[in-house]
Design a protein around this ligand. Structure first.
Ligand SMILES: [Cu+2]
Length: 347
């Protein structure tokens, strides 16, 4: 897989790349052509009028900078569809019932780039499920796709027959069929649900979501004013945060002095060191388990399958870049893309 995500190039980006390529490649060619022409046609053609003036370094810099500026100014860009909507359960005899329908849809990852997606309830990531430790839950999966699927509850320590792994714990859910998972919610924390069938394709295309379990007794040290989710993915849709690529990613917003909790979840196949400018993160939980002692960092490596919970004290006003520090996942000569967002701290 290429490190560089395919992006839709705007005409100006294409013009820049073309200009850059011709500037790099054409000088010897132009010289050769001019030399061979000299003896035969130079007199008839007049002075060497065929050679276009080379852009100056300043013109080339301005051209590149304009594309970078355009990307930043477009942020946060509007696109159709938004993931992570809170899924309200139906209450049936004290059981919280959640309906998930898997469909094949088109999804706009960034303005104008529509991709083939597989989605729960028509969104990428799928809807956020939020329950409490000890809740009785049923999750009803309906498969409207053209291939079988299954739901695995990643991080939840469930009875074996609810683990959702085809042919290990249960058969796959065929196209047109439904299956109901039922369990009492065990361990608290930031967990996930996703397909565990043909998963390199299905999860990569969007069959995933957050499954957040509130603890029975909340830890007062984990109190936050803003509770944010950041689901990373890096498959066929490119490098995404919550199903969108920059500039269509959403910024995190906090008032000065507020505490922001960020729940990182990596549904991709690569590591992503997420780096916050201007403030540090205090790591409070890994895979739903409280850390023995909170610890600080400004760059946190999120490996596939991992969930990390951090708190950020928003004590530094301004708009702060927040991005993956594998730079091929975040910025190119044409500007920022992929795993880039911002933390905006308003005074
Ligand atoms: Cu990355």
């Amino acid at each position: 897989m290429s490190d560089r995500v395919p992006v839709v190039e705007s005409p100006s980006r294409r013009a820049f790349l073309f200009q850059g390529t011709t500037a790099a490649l054409s000088l010897p060619v132009v010289a050769t052509v001019l030399a061979s022409c000299d003896k035969t046609v130079a007199a008839a053609a007049g002075p060497a009028s065929v050679k276009a003036p080379e852009p100056t370094p300043r013109q080339r810099a301005d051209s590149m900078d304009a594309m970078h500026e355009r990307g930043i100014k477009a942020f946060p860009a509007k696109t159709a569809g938004r993931g992570n909507a809170l899924l309200a359960p139906r209450l049936e005899n004290g059981v919280k019932v959640f309906d998930l329908t898997a469909d094949e849809i088109k999804w706009e990852v960034e303005p104008g780039r529509h991709v083939d997606a597989m989605a729960f309830n028509g969104m990428v990531p799928g809807p956020m499920i939020r329950v409490r430790e000890g809740d009785r839950v049923r999750v009803r999966l309906t498969n409207r796709m053209n291939q079988s699927t299954a739901v695995h509850f990643h991080g939840l320590e469930l009875p074996n027959d609810q683990d959702g792994v085809p042919f290990i714990t249960q058969p796959p859910v065929k196209p047109g069929e439904s299956f109901e998972y039922h369990f009492t919610v065990p361990n608290a924390g930031s967990h996930m649900y996703h397909s565990h069938h043909n998963s390199a394709e299905q999860v990569s295309k969007g069959l995933l979501g957050a499954f957040i379990v509130e603890p029975k007794a909340a830890n007062p040290a984990h109190r936050a004013d803003v509770d944010a989710l950041m689901i990373l993915n890096d498959g066929v849709h490119g490098y995404t945060l919550n199903g969108k690529s920059f500039p269509a990613t959403e910024p995190l917003v906090a008032k000065l002095g507020q505490t922001v909790r960020i729940r990182f979840m990596n549904e991709g196949m690569m590591i992503h060191p997420m780096h916050l400018h201007g403030m540090h993160m205090t790591v409070i939980a890994k895979d739903g388990w409280d850390q023995p002692a909170p610890w600080q960092c400004d760059t946190l490596n999120i490996a596939p399958g991992e969930r990390w919970d951090v708190l950020v004290k928003a004590n530094n006003p301004g708009t702060w870049a927040f991005h993956c520090h594998i730079l091929q996942h975040a910025e190119s000569m044409t500007g920022m893309f992929g795993m880039v967002t911002a933390l905006i701290v308003t005074a």
